[in-house]
Ligand binder design. Structure first.
Ligand code: ATP
Length: 268
């Protein structure tokens, strides 16, 4: 599905990316981790056909991004970290506009926009201008926009960095569902929970790339990365639930006055 060979990108004196080679198959996910400035966004933009590499090749479905970038872009859904949304458009109109550009039939795009606004709890806000949306709401709209047409390949740059933990889990489940239906995913993130949800699988349909200073230091599935790290066991074992465990337990058990029961049971 996605074949990247010896990819490199130079911005003037800065070598942002060098010698990246990786394949991502149908129903597979690659998660890119790495330090700030490691070259993850640069790699993603080259894979999407929106940035011309200085060297190397990107092929999507066998199509070379340098010779036919428009055909590559048609197969890809790119979710940038900082999406430029049209501030004076409602979420619904904005998504409908992009659905039409993607060539989706009116009925199909209406149904899918309704489903996805509902999934991400934006139904009530759907007719408001995007300029009034919070950061997290904008990020949800950007995720919907990038995936509305069910592209063959989804490239997402820190897709949940502005989402609350509950919404982030919804987004991960949604991305996993796209993957299960045949989509290939490449996700850049700094969030280890996200990386574990999306990229950590022992059955070969997921891989993690760890990058630093423009280079992939290691790429592989969890078993091969465990071997590469030399770690036999976890460095740290937590006996007590983490704050995230507690937060998600409280949020998921919330219904009406059930929340008070939780608070009450602690003080009883
Ligand atoms: P972060 O985790 O901080 O988002 P990243 O891994 O996504 O970082 P990139 O955004 O790909 O990193 O940047 C890689 C390098 O390329 C950095 O040194 C950055 O300063 C440089 N760079 C990125 N875009 C440009 C640009 N348009 N012009 C010049 N240098 C750039």
């Amino acid at each position: 599905m996605l074949e990247v060979r010896s990819l490199a990108k130079r911005y003037g004196d800065v070598l942002a990316l060098t010698d990246l080679t990786v394949n991502v198959g149908e129903r597979s996910c690659l998660v890119l981790l790495g330090r700030n400035g490691a070259g993850k966004t640069t790699a993603l933009r080259c894979m999407a056909g929106v940035l011309a590499p200085s060297a190397g090749t990107v092929r999507v479905d066998g199509i070379d991004a340098a010779s036919d970038p428009a055909a590559v872009r048609a197969r890809v859904g790119l979710m940038p970290e900082l999406p430029g949304l049209y501030e004076r458009m409602s979420a619904r109109a904005y998504l409908d506009y992009f659905g039409a550009i993607y060539g989706m039939d009116q009925d199909v795009r209406k149904r899918r926009i309704d489903e996805l606004l509902d999934l991400f709890e934006l139904t009530d806000a759907g007719d408001r201008w995007l300029g009034t949306f919070s950061k997290g709401m904008r990020q949800k709209v950007a995720l919907i926009r990038a995936t509305l047409h069910r592209p063959r390949l989804v490239l997402a740059d820190e897709p949940t960095s502005a989402l609350d933990p509950d919404s982030a889990r919804r987004a991960w489940a949604y991305l996993k569902d796209l993957q299960a239906h045949g989509c290939a995913l490449v996700i850049c993130t700094h969030n280890m929970d996200e990386a574990e949800h999306l990229g950590a699988s022992d059955d070969g349909d997921a891989a993690i790339g760890i990058m630093s200073a423009g280079r992939a230091l290691a790429i592989g599935d969890m078993p091969s990365l465990r071997v590469r790290s030399g770690l036999q066991v976890r460095r740290e074992t937590r006996e007590l639930p983490t704050l995230q465990d507690i937060y998600l337990a409280v949020i998921s058990s919330y219904s009406g006055n059930h929340q008070h029961e939780l608070v009450g049971s602690r003080s009883a």
